[in-house]
Ligand binder design. Structure first.
Ligand code: MSP
Length: 693
């Protein structure tokens, strides 16, 4: 059995944000679930490079678009690696294999008489890379990009006869009720089909960035017609017939709700025209918002997944996104909610269970547990949960699959409370019962960890190691390893807490608490192999400790770091997408803002920190004292350029140790996407100690 799944390919005009990362994480969960189920799986991701926005961004940066795309590929791959995304192939639309496929498919549609020349006149939204009808605009603006004015385009274009395929598409939807999931998206597309289709433009005239149409090379292929073909190109269409035969058609395209129309109407029609088989299924997931606002780079309301993964590691983030958002619907991320779920689901619940088991196994049985009995109440819970897990995961109800695994975790915690092993241990006559209880808990933890493998791969592997599972994580199979085992002695290993609870207030544990538990590699400082440093964390631009007690303001890293240059208020007033509620609760009061003591300071001394590419140690005069601050600006400034310079600092930040140096405050800098930090400065000379507000 084979399974070929894909995600949307991302525009590379900016780094991934938490929304685009959500898609990749959920697709990764499906890919890992398929592999766990013993299915030969091919998981494709990639980058969509022929967008006008990508071209413009490269020119703004003064680099060749190809060089820019190479750099962005690195950035994307680094983030995907950090999030433990296990793709098998990564395609870029500037690759020769893609160009060959686009030209072949376009030629076939042309030969079939489905592409014809015409005149296009109308609106175009560059951010959507889509032609817009008058009725789609709100006050003359694209509702998704209200800050931009759509362009009026009048050009000779080639059109694809989409209208011709309307009946065949309707028929396909009717004959394959599962073609588009979830149901609400299917209904939406059916309504669209029923209302009729118009032909679409598939070329852009006079542009250099793109793939030339084979039959009219002075035109480039329209970016969407180009991008959709990646799914076929990656598995050998036009370049490797045997491979194409093996993997096509795709089993599942995972895409966001905004682009289901392209995937379930335009793409199938293109395939029909070219005489190729249609993908079996498309899943249109919902949006992840940030504090109630639509996440968007252009709106300045996006959240960098690396910043989130930095806090507790990738697995807590993966768990949050999968467990908290019903797959197919919309969801929301806030730092407060994230920390709350971390404490509840990981620190208190699963982490505590693993620790208690190890402690009791060691104390009462020298860490070796022998099988006793055929399994009691927990065994039943385990088997019921496995059935529920399978049904949920097969139906892409990923949140419910995780809930099934947590059913076992909850039951095991309750079982410990009820059976009170510490009491059994006091009575020699209860020794047999104690054996049963401990073995059963160990087995429950093992089964839960197998079920959690797709969602939290590294954590699952660590838990399995601690409960004595000897099968390598990649070799685990749900059929064999997800079932309750009443046999086999277990050697239980103790270890550092997997997810120490984070408390509000200054005593809270530092960031990345699970390094010690073996779930995260120790931070690599600027080494060529490691993930890139997140300068705003290193520089103390993000709070180095997890705060978030009921009194403290929620950590809003981008705002506090000055990385979000556009005022939040403006976003809410001007750029609210229709139908959404402004995120009142994500705004801070003036009192909250005034808690931040921003001051002018003068740099007295600056020196590089050995073994760190990003960090520099500064001695600054704050007007009232001289202190050391470690800043993540070494890539942009030489130490000697900094001495004598006026900077803005947060003066009342708790001290934090960075690379062994205690930093007392942070220096404000703007961090453009993918670029180097630029220090905040003034037009006029100002005395150290002057308040900034
Ligand atoms: N390049 C096109 C896709 C071409 S596929 C042949 C594109 N790129 S994108 O970078 O704008 O978006 C990539 C994916 O991320 C899309 O599926 C999109 O729906 C999804 N998301 C973008 N923002 C999102 C959220 N805030 N939340 C969840 N998914 C989001 O569209």
């Amino acid at each position: 059995m084979r399974f070929y799944l894909t995600t949307a390919i991302d525009y590379v005009n900016s780094r991934p944000h938490l929304g685009t990362a959500y898609e990749k994480i959920t697709a990764d969960v499906i890919a890992r679930y398929k592999r766990l189920s013993g299915v030969e799986t091919h998981f494709l991701m990639g980058n969509d490079e022929h967008s006008q926005n990508v071209y413009k961004r490269a020119l703004e940066r003064g680099v060749d678009p190809r060089v820019y795309c190479d750099q962005m590929e690195e950035e994307f791959r680094t983030v995907w690696k950090q999030l433990d995304i296990s793709f098998d192939d990564f395609i870029r639309t500037t690759e020769p294999r893609h160009k060959a496929a686009v030209q072949k498919l376009a030629q076939r549609c042309f030969d079939k008489g489905d592409i014809y020349e015409g005149q296009y006149e109308g609106w175009y939204c560059v951010s959507c890379e889509a032609f817009k009808q008058e009725k789609d605009l709100v006050d003359g603006k694209c509702p998704l990009h209200p800050m931009l004015t759509p362009e009026w385009i009048r050009e000779k274009n080639y059109f694809f006869r989409l209208s011709k395929y309307r009946d065949a598409l309707l028929e396909h939807f009717r004959a394959h009720p599962d073609f588009l999931r979830p149901d609400n998206r299917r209904n939406e597309m059916l309504r669209l089909l029923e209302s009729g289709l118009e032909d679409i433009s598939v070329s852009r005239a006079g542009q250099l960035w793109g793939i030339p149409l084979p039959f009219a090379p002075e035109n480039v292929v329209y970016v969407w017609f180009d991008a959709l073909i990646n799914y076929a190109a990656a598995v050998g269409y036009a370049t490797d017939a045997a491979r194409f035969e093996t993997w096509w058609p795709a089993d599942l395209h995972i895409v966001g709700k905004d682009i289901t129309r392209f995937h379930t109407i335009v793409w199938p029609a293109m395939l029909m025209s070219a005489g190729l088989a249609l993908p079996a299924q498309v899943f249109g997931h919902g949006w992840v918002n940030f504090g109630g606002q639509r996440m968007s780079k252009s709106l300045g309301t996006s959240l960098d997944p690396s910043d989130v993964a930095e806090r507790f590691g990738p697995d807590p983030l993966r768990l949050y996104l999968v467990k908290e958002i019903s797959y197919g619907g919309d969801g929301d991320f806030t730092w407060e909610r994230y920390e709350e779920r971390y404490n509840v689901d990981l620190a208190n619940n699963l982490g505590n269970l693993v620790s208690r088991l190890a402690a009791m196994a060691e104390k009462y049985r020298g860490s070796r547990l022998s099988p006793a009995g055929s399994g009691g109440r927990l065994a039943q819970v385990g088997n019921t949960a496995l059935t529920r897990y399978r049904a949920s995961m097969d139906a892409f109800a990923l949140h419910d699959g995780v809930a099934a695994a947590y059913q076992i975790v909850d039951a095991a915690n309750a079982f410990i409370a009820e059976t009170a092993p510490w009491t059994l241990a006091k009575t020699p006559g209860d020794a047999g019962r104690l054996d049963e209880v401990l073995f059963e808990v160990a087995e429950a933890v093992r089964v839960a960890a197998v079920l959690l493998r797709p969602v939290m791969p590294a954590s699952s592997a660590e838990i399995l190691r601690r409960v004595g599972e000897t099968t390598a994580p990649e070799a685990l199979r749900l059929d064999r390893d997800g079932r309750w085992r009443a046999e086999g002695a277990r050697q239980i290993a103790k270890g550092a807490p997997l997810w120490p609870r984070v408390e509000g207030g200054p005593e809270g544990p530092p960031l990345r608490p699970n390094v010690e538990a073996g779930l995260l590699p120790p931070r690599v400082e600027g080494g060529p192999e490691g993930p890139p440093l997140r300068p705003n964390v290193e520089a103390g631009l993000l709070p180095p400790r997890v705060e978030g007690g009921p009194e403290g303001p929620p950590p809003r890293p981008n705002v506090e770091a000055g990385l979000q240059t556009r005022p939040t208020k403006e976003i809410i007033v001007d750029e609210k997408p229709s139908g959404t509620t402004p995120a009142e609760d994500s705004r801070i009061s003036i009192d909250d803002f005034m808690k931040v003591d921003l001051r002018v300071a003068k740099v007295l001394e600056a020196e590089a920190i050995p073994k760190s590419k990003k960090l520099v140690k500064l001695k600054v005069d704050t007007g009232s004292d001289q202190r050391t601050i470690v800043a993540g600006i070494a890539e942009a400034y030489q130490p000697e350029q900094l001495v004598g310079r006026t900077v803005v600092i947060v003066a009342n930040l708790q001290p934090a140790k960075l690379m062994g140096v205690e930093s007392n405050g942070m220096v404000l800098a703007a961090s453009p996407d993918g670029g180097k930090p630029t220090l905040v400065g003034f037009d006029e000379a100002l005395a150290p100690g002057t308040r900034v507000r």
